[in-house]
Design a protein around this ligand. Structure first.
Ligand code: NAD
Ligand code: TDX
Length: 350
């Protein structure tokens, strides 16, 4: 496969996948299709944007004519589909855009691939990137495996579950060569500061309250974004058609413990007295339908494809904090625009 379409490549995870693929495969053409919504940012790709094997196409995955034209123009052989509305809180206040982008957009892409590839899809691949949230919420014990029943509980996770089902349906019905992965929470550079870690880093830096939903007892399984990008590269090249792979770091943290650790690191980095950053922690109204715990069992990916994560959490978190402190211009740029309005609605008015 030579001409690869990556959707959502200007977003958080997508930009790390684009960078990895552009640098690692100089003989591939990497086409990044992104609408540049509030979450898409071409600044994330400054270091590779001039490479000869990289092309950017601005447009909407829901626009069938445009998507098909991109397949034809670049003779696309493989798709890595990351474009999505990705923030759970926004899916609670505005579910419709999640239905449109995550469900309709995925079907538009599948249709374009089917139309362009025709009957003989040998050597082609449609790789759909999904989330652990489709499996629902765990109690204190157990892990999500690839055979765990779907039980999505937010508009976001329901829209992702729906797109996963549609991708599988195209495999079953039309023999489209697909592969799916479901990953746990990612963290790292370039994450939009609506998500817990970059939001907390930014607020701590500016001595603003750090909002912790409910009692802070919800648990997430954190993976460094570059390790996710490496898993995506591996699955794209070595995964078996029709299979699903779970990706996770075996790195569970209660939200409040994670924020306490972050505060400790920030105190050290900013030369504050111990406890100064933690004094900003503020318990706020819980997220509606807040899932208690996510935890991934990635044994299949480890045993079948030899994946393991490289970055230990202490190192990854330290790198992440350093990146945000050193990239205040990036942060200032993404915080301008509509973000202030969103923050006001999400944290001040409710
Ligand atoms: P993100 O919100 O940072 O980026 C999404 C990108 O998609 C943006 O660049 C945006 O401009 C683009 N986009 C949105 N709507 C579009 C449309 N209609 N047409 C074209 N482009 C559009 O998201 P992320 O956190 O990088 O997540 C990427 C993918 O990985 C998503 O599918 C998400 O469900 C999945 N995922 C994310 C995580 C996580 O922790 N962030 C974990 C598991 C899976
Ligand atoms: O201000 C906050 N306070 C807070 O306590 C925010 C933004 C979040 N939280 C809590 C909610 C969650 O329990 O922190 C946890 C993490 O929240 P998010 O960063 O919003 O991530 P989450 O809801 O777990 O979903 C993420 O992981 C799976 C991504 O946003 C999804 O795209 C991905 O599919």
């Amino acid at each position: 496969m030579k001409n690869i379409l990556i959707t959502g490549g200007a977003g958080f995870i997508g930009s790390h996948v684009v960078r990895l693929m552009v640098n690692k495969y100089p003989d591939y053409k990497i086409v990044n299709l992104d609408l540049l919504t509030y979450a898409g940012n071409l600044e994330n790709l400054k270091d590779i944007e001039k490479k000869s094997n990289y092309v950017f196409e601005k447009g909407d995955i829901c626009d069938a004519d445009f998507v098909l034209s991109v397949f034809e123009k670049h003779q696309i052989d493989g798709v890595i589909h990351l474009a999505a509305e990705s923030h759970v809180d926004r899916s609670i206040s505005n579910p419709m855009s999640f239905i449109q982008t995550n469900i309709v957009g995925t079907v538009v892409l599948l249709n374009a691939a089917r139309k362009y590839w025709g009957e003989n899809m040998t050597g082609k691949r449609f790789y759909h990137i999904s989330t652990d949230e489709v499996y629902g919420s765990l109690g204190e014990e157990g892990f999500f495996t690839e055979t765990t029943s779907y039980d999505p509980r937010s508009p976001y996770s329901a829209s992702k579950a729906s797109s996963d089902h549609l991708v599988r349906a195209y495999n079953h019905t039309f023999h489209m060569p697909v592969v799916i992965s479901n990953c746990s929470n990612n963290y790292g550079p370039n994450q939009f500061p609506e998500k817990l870690l970059p939001l907390a880093i930014n607020n701590i830096k500016n001595m603003k309250p750090v909002p912790v939903y409910g009692k802070g007892e919800n648990i997430r399984d954190w993976l460094y974004v570059v390790d996710h990008a490496k898993a995506i590269d591996l699955i794209f090249h070595k995964g078996i058609d029709g299979e699903t792979y779970n990706i996770g770091g075996r790195n569970e943290w209660k939200n409040i413990d994670l924020i306490m650790l972050l505060c400790k690191i920030m105190d050290e980095k900013l030369g504050r007295t111990p406890g100064e950053s933690a004094s900003l922690i503020t318990y706020v109204k819980d997220r509606a339908g807040h899932d208690l715990r996510y935890a991934i069992d990635a044994t299949k990916l480890q045993d079948n494809l030899g994946w393991k994560h490289d970055v230990m959490f202490a190192e990854g978190l330290e790198k992440t904090v350093t990146w945000y402190l050193e990239n205040s211009e990036w942060l200032a740029n993404v915080l301008s625009g509509d973000y202030a309005k969103y923050y006001e609605q999400q944290y001040i008015q409710r």
